[in-house]
Design a protein around this ligand. Sequence first.
Ligand code: SF4
Length: 397
Amino acid sequence: MRSRPGGRAVSIPYVPWEPVDPLGVPRAAYVHVPFCVHRCGYCDFTVVAGRDDLISAYLDALACELSRLESPQPVETLFLGGGTPTHLPERSLERLLELVREWFPLSSGGEFSVEANPVGLSPAKLGLLADAGVNRVSLGVQSFDTQSLATLERDHSPELARQTVEAVRDRFPECSVDLIFGVPGQSLVTWQTTLETAIALGPTHLSAYGLTFEKGTAFWGRRLKGTLASIPDELERSQYELAMELLSACGFGQYELSNYARAGHESRHNATYWANGPYFAAGPGAARYVKGTRETNHRSTTTWIKSTLAGRTALSSQEKLSLEDRARETLMLGLRRTAGVFFEAFQKQTGFALEEIAKPLLARDWLRDCLAIDEERIALTREGRCVADSVVAALWE
Ligand code: SF4
């Protein structure tokens, strides 16, 4: 293959990239369930901990917000995220599942994912999920190391995590395990043991995220005070490289910066986000992308409940992107996929030439080693994946 100027010609996995219509009717839906037993110190999600008294009002408000769709919206992927959806007591979980199935009927062969945590995921709740057609459970394990779990303020033991992965794996066709590296005190060896333990349990999918210190979290405050320190950048990079090497050697293809799957078990729901396709969303803090407009619901669960039940919209932001910004976003999101962004599909989807939108990247010498370019597409190299945030930031400079 000939190389285009500005990057390296590097062999990268070929995965077809179909253009999507951002203005078309969404075929994906996300519902946010904000309840958790407690708030982990690093958590920046829309969460309420110790407020189970709000569950009933939350479900009423969700019914109200969904009824604004006016008619049921058939989807191909449905994702219940949180928070911890499976924290809901059985009766409430049943009502939640009924509501989302009523308003977002899943097409035959569709993907229905639910996020869950090991604590409280009883056989009865797993049965409710399976009966409702859930076929993919994404488990927040984060680590199989006692010390890392304590640092992350997780409320489960490595043993409970192991048992839960086995229970989910045996009951659902798709079992995904979330892990975190870059944890203060976590060595390369501890991280390797966590990865090996996860692989040995036989999930179909693994996500490995680097720990971030988000403003407003307890971890952010502790780092400012000096009571919690980030691990050195070089160690965190080695941990990421180890995940890429080990997982691919064990048959988990890396198809996105943080996501790895056995062939054919990639997350279909998240693929809509990375393709910059449209999706519905409901619940506090949930973000939707419908008819070219991005909207985000209020992050406060109580504000979202009150406004929604009072018949008002509960939006905290609404933005209609220019065509060029939409194209830039499509490139930014597309580069997260290891397959990269295809010239032809990009032009069809956005109306812009990929070379034009990617100019700020192609013009920078320091990005040469970060981009793999051939006649068909632009992708991040392995080096580019390690510094993906800086690469993407250059698009907006
Ligand atoms: S369990 Fe997950 S969503 Fe809940 S507080 Fe912890 S990190 Fe946040």
